[in-house]
Design a protein around this ligand. Structure first.
Ligand SMILES: *Cc1c(COP(=O)(O)O)cnc(C)c1O
Length: 348
């Protein structure tokens, strides 16, 4: 069979384009002149909307991507002699080219094991208490990914337990929320319940994987930690001169709940994919499906044939034999069904 031209894939949720709500807000922000460097009405309104959604007076900064959101927020939580605890699969460890260490002037990342991509309170405590001497990089922060790198979601109760342990040990808590919308949709909770009410000091609120073109919001619930963060952003090359184009799409996403509508849809598409894969012997789901990701082990020959038929997806993101299938805001039920039909045919 010749390769088919497909417009949508399961390779990554950042393969997708901009959702209509973000696109419309961008177009609206493009009408005429506007003040630069974030002193514009769009940025003001988007930050106000984030404060409304989180039901608190947080401080909000818009940056270009997740690596800078994570790195700069962690740098503001740590001194250079501190360490940052995170899961061994964390994006800040595996996929940011050392940026968190670079921007914090050397804070060392310490890795914790944990099932289903999650860190446990016992492992946090162990990492902090195993040494107390001056030769060990003093643990200063805990970084949690919500949803995790394997697509699982920490519940509000799990977060509470983790952050109370962290706080009792003197750690600050940062959350990498590249897929925060998927977590809110999956857990069916208020954004406040899995952030500041659960002890999170700063959230990197992901936009691009949720349906905007680019950009993440750094949301400080702890105001002291936001001190001079604007300078850190500027020095780190993250102060957009035409800031309204980073912030306006957020307004489009947040004002009528589009962000959650899209996240619920992507999660539902992952459920549909999982249900289809489960009907096939020879395919094994690797982790609980709690967001827009499905990790599965399939026969390598079948994967090769799927690629021949034009499907893009990655194998070996987490372990060498697992494939990762990501749903996006624009993934359709037909996309899922035709992928499943192809795999069924291939497996005979
Ligand atoms: C995609 C992603 C990010 C952001 O990555 P950038 O490419 O820097 O925007 C951060 N954390 C996680 C868990 C991600 O999946």
């Amino acid at each position: 069979m010749p390769p088919m031209k497909r417009t949508r894939h399961f390779a990554s949720d950042n393969y997708s384009g901009m959702c209509p709500e973000a696109w419309a807000a961008m177009a609206e922000a493009n009408a005429g002149h506007e003040v630069s460097y974030g002193n514009d009405v769009w940025t003001q309104r988007a930050a106000d909307m984030i404060r409304e959604i989180f039901e608190t007076n947080c401080e909000v900064f818009f940056v270009f991507n997740g690596t800078s959101a994570n790195s700069l927020s962690l740098a503001s939580l740590c001194q250079s002699y501190h360490s940052i605890l995170c899961h061994e699969l964390a994006h800040i460890e595996t996929s940011e080219c050392g940026a968190p260490e670079f921007f914090s002037n050397g804070s060392k990342i310490l890795l914790l094991p944990g099932e289903n991509g999650k860190v446990s309170a016992a492992e946090v405590e162990h990492a902090v208490k195993r040494r107390s001497d001056i030769h060990y990089p003093k643990p200063g922060a805990l970084s949690l990914t919500q949803v995790t790198e394997v697509g699982t979601a920490y519940t509000a109760a799990e977060l509470q337990a983790l952050t109370s342990t962290a706080k009792s040990l003197g750690l600050r808590v940062q959350m990498d929320g590249a897929r925060f919308a998927n977590a809110v949709a999956s857990l069916n909770v208020s954004p406040a319940d899995i952030t500041w009410r659960a002890g999170v000091d700063v959230l990197c609120f992901g936009g691009s994987k949720n349906g905007i073109a680019l950009g993440e919001a750094v949301v400080f619930f702890n105001h002291d930690l936001a001190h001079e963060f604007d300078y850190r952003c500027k020095q780190g090359g993250q102060l957009a001169s035409k800031m309204r184009f980073l912030s306006a799409p957020w307004l489009g996403m947040l004002k009528d709940g589009a962000w959650l509508r899209h996240a619920r849809h992507t999660n539902a598409m992952a459920q549909r994919l999982e249900a289809g894969l489960k009907t096939m012997s020879g395919v094994k789901i690797s982790y609980p499906v709690q967001s827009n990701a499905v990790f599965a082990k399939m026969p390598p020959a079948a994967e090769a044939k799927l690629h021949e038929r034009g499907w893009h997806f990655y194998t070996g993101v987490i372990t060498p034999e697992e494939s990762r299938l990501m749903c996006s805001w624009d993934t359709t039920a037909e996309d899922v069904d035709s992928f499943i039909a192809d795999l069924k045919q291939i497996l005979g």
